[in-house]
Design a protein around this ligand. Structure first.
Ligand code: XMP
Length: 319
């Protein structure tokens, strides 16, 4: 029978046979899939696993510290944190086009990850959090069957260049199965039930050119939105929710001051497969609370709008 503990026992046995005494490297993003792989491999092969966590400066508020707390401090996983904010932001300067931004972020990630990996001696395997839907999607992309609207950078690329064998213990599992395994492995449920977050992070939620000030502003606004969703018990009822930074300025009055500042958009969707989605009909009072908090607490934002576009025609992300 399919139970999380059966699957875990089976994959542990399989990983141990496959790996033997070899060393494994994992790019840990803090997302559900790579987190579950980290927990699973830690249980299977302990100190033979080394994780590299790249902080690209485009993560959510406190995300880097949270990842280090959960894995390094609580679980005793060996995690190397590469603080590469400056490098990502430098390379993104002047880059406006969404697909170009994805490329720059993806390439910079590979460079930083490569550098960290090259400092480790004796690695034979690269682990990835590939799950069954990723396998289907990338197979489709290769034969041209799937419509690839955006270049997701979480499948493929690295191992060939690095000469590593690929370890993908979640390859046959669906997302809900991965979540159940994560819980069984003792990961915090907030981590396992977290909404998906794109690889390029806030880089595709700051429209146009990305800079640190916009990222800091967006991080705070996004944090308030998510915190209020959790507080209202709405977080688990929506499939994905986030804030978007719009670099157009709008006039506002805060206190006695006239302001002329960027706009924040809120996006929340309900979906099963993320291929189509309905905008979440969040209560007006709730939206009102979030808006007031953002305008009061986030310097440089004086207007908040709510995105009521379904997918199609709108994608979930704005870029
Ligand atoms: P869209 O915006 O295409 O998003 O409706 C569908 C789902 O995919 C996520 N997404 C990405 N994930 N790299 C990722 O890893 C990307 O470049 C990327 N673009 C979109 C998005 O957050 C949503 O869950």
């Amino acid at each position: 029978a399919w139970t999380p503990s059966n699957i875990i026992a089976e994959s542990i046995a399989q990983v141990r046979t496959q790996i033997g005494d070899d060393q494994v490297l994992l790019g840990l993003s803090g997302g559900v899939d790579s987190s579950v792989v980290a927990a699973l491999l830690h249980k299977a092969i302990g100190a033979q696993l080394t994780c590299v966590f790249v902080d690209n400066g485009l993560l959510r508020l406190d995300e880097g510290d949270q990842v280090m707390r959960t894995f390094a401090r609580h679980m005793g996983v060996r995690v190397i944190r590469a603080d590469a904010e400056r490098r990502f932001l430098d390379r993104l300067r002047g880059v406006q086009d969404p697909e170009q931004k994805r490329k720059v972020i993806g390439n910079t990630f590979i460079d930083v990850f490569d550098e960290e990996a090259s400092r480790l001696s004796n690695i034979q395997w690269l682990a990835q959090g590939t799950i069954y839907p990723d396998v289907i999607e990338s197979a489709g992309a290769k034969t041209g069957k799937a419509k690839v609207i955006k270049s997701h950078h979480n499948v493929g690329g690295l191992p060939e260049e690095m000469n590593l064998k690929l370890l993908e213990p979640l390859r046959e599992l669906f997302k809900d199965e991965v979540r159940r395994i994560g819980i069984e492995l003792g990961l915090p449920s907030e981590m396992v039930q977290r909404h998906p977050f794109p690889g390029p992070g806030l880089g595709v939620r700051i429209l146009g050119e990305v800079d640190k000030a916009s990222a800091d502003t967006l991080r705070l606004a996004d944090h308030i939105f998510i915190e209020e969703l959790r507080r209202a018990g709405l977080y688990d009822q929506v499939s994905q929710a986030f804030a978007v930074f719009l670099p157009v300025r709008s006039v506002g009055v805060v206190g006695d001051d006239r302001q002329y500042e960027p706009v924040v958009a809120l996006r929340a969707v309900e979906t099963v497969d993320f291929m189509t989605a309905r905008w979440a009909h969040l209560p007006y009072d709730f939206l009102d609370t979030v808006c007031r908090r953002i305008v009061n607490e986030v310097k440089g934002v004086s207007r908040v709008v709510y995105d009521i576009t379904g997918k199609p025609p709108g994608t979930i992300e704005w870029e």
